[in-house]
Design a protein around this ligand. Structure first.
Ligand code: NAD
Length: 300
């Protein structure tokens, strides 16, 4: 039986599924296995929040696959994996609905001042929010998650949806359900701007001083993608100078966002600790998909 190492807890249904064909070693529970002991045997890893650097991978000579629980391979030394023929899989579809719903939750929270209201800051008379209905939503990156955000915005709130995505033709953006715009046009025309891009060198600081200047002063900035895509110093400055009206951030440059981070002091900013993909439904789907990838690779 192939040995599968699961460092951190994943949905029980996925563990049960793996146990039908694999020798599962887990890093949690009553008798957690130790990575050092497992390393020489392991052929597959189901990797949730743990990291696998080159030093750890080099101690796993039989390793054939790292199945990431979620998207993003930044927690694995991909260069080492490539060199040694170790496959890395992700589960890009499994939490799309959850992250999209979270982006809308953040938008509503910021628009309606829910953060300020629940924290007891501000009088009722001052807590005047805005409606989403009929407003314009600008999506930067128009992939899986953004397309679902678009569907919710259009279907639920009759929002007009604009999208900027250099990886797609205008025709592809239209077919997928939004009006194509350049980045500058989108920033100038949107009441809320939500980023849904991967963090790569080209997207680091994609929203920074110059972009906030272009935005409407009542606009809300949303980031459920990756910290670093939105420049936090520039965002704080833009909020201070009323260039933008608020922000909903599920991700930050340092996670969790430090308690003394200036953005946390603002009543117009709602911060969640990278929970966009964390619903019971998505967690199960993610774990089951990762388990299926392990099975496809390790069972002849
Ligand atoms: P996706 O790959 O389906 O879509 C990303 C899109 O971004 C692609 O269409 C691509 O062409 C576009 N893009 C790339 N570079 C761009 C640029 N410079 N400007 C504009 N668009 C650009 O990805 P997805 O599944 O929709 O995920 C989007 C983001 O959400 C990722 O960063 C992912 O890591 C993140 N995410 C966050 C959570 C969470 O818990 N908050 C969970 C899952 C995914």
């Amino acid at each position: 039986r192939p040995v599968v190492w699961i460092p951190r807890e994943v949905h029980a249904d996925a563990v049960a599924d793996l146990e039908t064909w694999a020798d599962v070693r887990r890093g949690w529970g009553a008798e957690p296995a130790n990575e050092d002991a497992v390393a020489p045997l392991v052929q597959g890893v189901l990797l949730r929040t743990a990291r696998l650097d080159a030093r750890q991978l080099s101690r796993m000579p039989r390793l054939r696959i790292v199945a990431r629980h979620g998207v993003g391979t930044d927690t694995v030394d991909t260069a080492f994996a490539r060199e040694h023929g170790i496959r890395i899989t992700t589960t890009p579809e499994a939490n799309v609905l959850s992250v999209a719903e979270h982006a809308i939750a953040l938008l509503l929270a910021v628009r309606r001042g829910i953060g300020a209201a629940v924290s007891g800051r501000g009088d009722r008379a001052d807590l005047i929010g805005g409606e989403l209905s009929g407003s314009t939503l600008g999506l930067i990156g128009f992939g899986r998650i953004a397309r679902h955000v678009a569907r919710i915005g259009q279907g639920g709130f009759a929002m007009r949806v604009l999208a900027y995505d250099p990886g797609l033709s205008d025709e592809e953006v239209r077919t997928a359900g939004a009006e194509p715009r350049s980045l500058d046009e989108l920033l100038e025309q949107s009441d809320a701007v939500s980023v849904h891009v991967p963090l790569v060198p080209a997207t680091r600081g994609l929203l920074s001083t110059a972009q906030f200047r272009r935005m409407r002063s009542h606009a809300v900035v949303l980031n459920t993608s990756r910290g670093g895509v939105v420049d936090e110093c520039a965002l704080f400055a833009a909020l201070e100078t009323d260039e933008v009206a608020g922000a909903g951030l599920d991700v930050s440059e340092v996670e969790p966002m430090p308690a003394d981070h200036p953005l946390r002091s603002r009543a117009d900013v709602v911060v969640t600790p990278h929970i966009g993909g964390q619903t019971r439904e998505a967690m199960r789907r993610v774990a089951m998909e990762a388990a299926a990838s392990l099975r496809a690779e390790l069972v002849p």
